[in-house]
Design a binder for this molecule. Sequence first.
Ligand SMILES: O=P(O)(O)OP(=O)(O)OP(=O)(O)OC[C@H]1O[C@@H](n2cnc3c(O)ncnc32)[C@H](O)[C@@H]1O
Ligand SMILES: [Mg+2]
Length: 217
Amino acid sequence: MSKPFTIVIATKNAGKVKEFAHAFAKLGIEVKSLLDYPSIPDIVEDGDTFIANAKIKAKTAGDALGVPVLADDSGLAVDALNGEPGVYSARYAGEGASDAQNNEKLLAQLADKGARLDEQPLANGTSLLSPAQFQCALALYFPDNGQFMIAEGMVEGVIMDRPHGDGGFGYDPLFYVPKLGCSMAELSKEEKGKISHRGEALKQLLPAVEKLVTDTP
Ligand SMILES: O=P(O)(O)OP(=O)(O)OP(=O)(O)OC[C@H]1O[C@@H](n2cnc3c(O)ncnc32)[C@H](O)[C@@H]1O
Ligand SMILES: [Mg+2]
């Protein structure tokens, strides 16, 4: 049996790695991440947009490893906070902040603004605070010709005043998905992948990744 194709994802986020591994496993593709290549130094994400940061991560890792690399830059845009935290989502509560610290800061900022939707609270007493979107940019970089393929995805939700669920990562426990009637953290990887910003972007790049598999000797 031939060795499975491995794609490198330029991320150190274990939650993203699990989601990509789940999606690619169905195609018989294995996933490696920057957690497997500790010799690649931390990448400075100083772009103004998700696309710019995804390109920086994919190019840095792709040039270092000499193989095509996929990178994900993503985040949460909250209407009541004028689109914040946006590209600062990972470091909202400061450089190296944990998911719990970022979630706490998000709730504190929304409380400061007195953000609350007029609608009835959810059945479990939870209140809805502000519409929000998860956004994702993916960049697939080819070091042999310096070209990128880019895809974007987005999912609409509403920030709740308390966390629900223990799946996913990041802001998932605070992100209510109206069309499913639960939080993003209450979904399985399969369910999240079908509706998420990352799932939507990945769907667009899958044909290119499959071509990579068939073109690689
Ligand atoms: O840069 P890498 O190494 O990929 O990992 P990161 O966690 O720093 O990733 P980003 O720079 O793209 O920052 C995205 C942040 O946005 C949040 N985020 C992105 N996608 C999410 C998702 O599917 N669910 C919950 N939160 C998400 C989460 O807090 C991430 O840390
Ligand atoms: Mg990052």
